[in-house]
Every structure is written in structure tokens, then in C-alpha cells.
Design a binder for this molecule. Structure first.
Ligand code: PRT
Ligand code: ZN
Length: 283
């Protein structure tokens, strides 16, 4: 049995649950409680505030956790980053009121900066040789300049709309974050096997996300050209059609290349092109 701690509610909760469901671990939203078992996989889910997740993992209360890299680095506790998960992307940036004339990092010298990430900010200011006061605020950091609490802020930015609606301008992007799977590094061999199985499934799910399954009919004389257009995992599947001189070709393509491939295939006589979603690719 392996215990994993997830955010109980908030931005990472839904995506964490979706990831577990995507890799075949049934997590039922409606039955969510502080501690939940999963019916078809030997893990136990613990739900906490994201601020507590690094501590819960580093102390061994849970073996694994899913949390923003920003929280991991800010807390500075001993945990291992096992995998970046590709959701919860954001950055932590310095922002100033749009009314000020910003002339580079020196502007912050002697200023007061409000943040919920004092450790990341302190390290950055030290590296840059800037002396500034750090005002720790745990919520609604963006209102600090207008409320006269600070001259500037250091906060999470995603789309940037919160800054705009508070008349702030992002001036320095300091830290890039996304959700990560963390571990305390003390897994016994049974737990390591469970983690390996999860990582294998996560990798397969990630590969499948960008893929489409392509089926088409093609004059048999164009097979060689079509194989060059569709390199596929090994080589495309080709099957004869009942109609003489025609075949059916199946292949998997990157979504980003789909329309270009379709254009090339049509140009060599492909017809009846079907594009299907790929649910899983087993690596
Ligand atoms: O209750 P709990 O303590 O668990 O949650 P929380 O309120 O502390 O965190 P939550 O749920 O807001 O965010 C959890 C994690 O999501 C963060 O630690 C980040 O890793 C990640 N994340 C991704 C974000 C954002 N995007 C984000 N946009 N966290 C917060 N924001 C906030 C930000 O604080 C600011 O207020 O959204 C606003 C900015 O967004 P934009 O789109 O207007 O720029
Ligand atoms: Zn939090």
C-alpha cells in the first residue's frame, strides 16, 4: 500500500484526480473524504491543503504527493521530485503598479514587496544583490500596493488578468512552476513497484495525448509514398480492400502534424480518411 497526498480543493485537485483516472486508478469525487481508498489500485489518497503537502511527504505520513513545484521549493524540505506532470503551469513574478516608472531590478532597492513566497523571493534578491523588505501575506497579495501595504508584489501569474485588473505590471519572471509528483525517497520494494507502475502508465498517457489514429483508403500504387509520409511506430498497417488496386492504411500521427499529413496523403490519392482519438498507447 502506498499513500499519496493530493490537494483537497483548489486548482490542482481536479487535474490530479483526472490524471489518476486517466491512468486507470478510480478516484470517486463524490465519495472524497480526508482519507480514501481506491477500489482497483493499491494506493490510499490523503487530501490536504497544498501548503502542507511537502511536509506530509517529507515526514513520511504519505510516501508520495502531487503539489506545485513552487510549494516544494518555498518550503525547502527534503523531498525528491519524481516527475513533472504537465499541469498547474504558472510562474512567480515581480509586479509593480503600472503608474511607476520601472527602470530595472534596482527599482526594488529599499522597497517593500508583498508575497506568500518569502523564501524564493529572498534567495532571488540575494542573488541579484538587491536589499528590499519582504512583507509576508498569505492571500490576495495583488491588493497590497493599492492598500498601501507594499510597493510591489511577488506572486503567482498565470494568464496575467489578475495583475491587469489590479493595475499592476509584471516586470520580472522569477520562477517557473508546474505540478510535480514528489516522494520522500523511503519506499520499500513493494511501494517502489507501485510507483513504477504509476510512472509507466503516466508516460503512456502522456504519449497518447498528442496522438491521432488515422485510417484511409489508398491506391496500392501509392503505398511507398504513403509510408514515407506516415513513418508510424514501426511501419503503417496496410490491408487489401475488396476493390482491386486499393488498400486500407492505418497509422498513428502527432496531432500537431495531422493536417499537413492529411494534405500530403490526399495529394497522392488517399480517400475516405478517418481520424480517431487514441485512448492509450502502451509503451
Ligand atoms: O487551499 P489551498 O491552500 O490548498 O490552495 P491555495 O489557495 O493555496 O492554492 P491554489 O489552489 O490557488 O493553487 C494551487 C497551485 O496551483 C499553486 O501552488 C500553483 O502551483 C498552481 N497555480 C497555477 C496557481 C495558478 N496557476 C494561479 N493562477 N496558483 C494560484 N494562481 C492564482 C494566483 O495566486 C493569482 O491570484 O491566480 C491568480 C493569478 O492568475 P491569473 O490567471 O489572473 O494570472
Ligand atoms: Zn495553499
Amino acid at each position: 500500500m502506498l499513500r499519496i497526498v493530493l490537494q483537497s480543493k483548489g486548482r490542482l485537485n481536479e487535474d490530479s484526480t483526472a490524471l489518476l483516472n486517466e491512468i486507470g486508478i478510480n478516484v470517486e469525487d463524490s465519495k472524497r473524504s480526508f482519507l480514501a481508498k481506491t477500489p482497483n489500485f493499491p494506493i490510499e489518497l490523503l487530501y490536504m491543503r497544498d501548503d502542507d503537502i511537502p511536509q506530509v511527504v517529507s515526514s513520511g505520513t504519505a510516501s508520495l504527493g502531487i503539489v506545485g513545484l513552487n510549494e516544494v521549493v518555498e518550503k525547502g524540505l527534503k523531498v525528491e521530485i519524481v516527475e513533472s506532470l504537465g499541469f498547474g503551469g504558472c510562474r512567480i513574478s515581480l509586479a509593480v503598479p503600472k503608474s511607476v516608472e520601472y527602470n530595472g531590478l534596482q527599482w526594488f532597492e529599499g522597497k517593500k514587496i508583498a508575497t506568500s513566497y518569502p523564501n524564493i523571493l529572498k534567495k532571488y534578491l540575494e542573488e541579484k544583490g538587491i536589499n528590499a523588505d519582504i512583507e509576508i501575506i498569505t492571500g490576495s497579495v495583488e491588493i497590497a500596493p493599492a492598500a498601501g501595504i507594499a510597493d510591489a508584489i511577488f506572486d503567482i501569474v498565470s494568464s496575467g488578468s489578475t495583475l491587469i485588473s489590479n493595475a499592476l505590471v509584471e516586470v520580472e519572471k522569477v520562477f517557473e512552476s508546474e505540478a510535480v509528483l514528489i516522494s520522500n525517497g523511503h519506499l520499500d520494494s513493494e511501494q517502489q513497484d507501485i510507483l513504477n507502475e504509476m510512472l509507466f502508465r503516466i508516460a503512456s498517457a502522456r504519449v497518447s495525448r498528442d496522438k491521432k489514429y488515422l485510417l484511409l483508403n489508398l491506391p496500392s500504387s501509392a503505398i511507398d509514398e504513403a509510408v514515407k509520409i506516415l513513418p508510424s511506430m514501426r511501419s503503417p498497417t496496410v490491408m487489401p480492400l475488396a476493390a482491386d488496386g486499393w488498400c486500407s492504411m492505418h497509422s498513428v500521427v502527432n496531432n500537431s502534424e495531422l493536417w499537413e499529413k492529411v494534405r500530403q496523403l490526399k495529394a497522392i490519392g488517399a480517400e475516405g480518411i478517418l481520424v480517431l482519438n487514441v485512448d492509450k498507447i502502451i509503451l
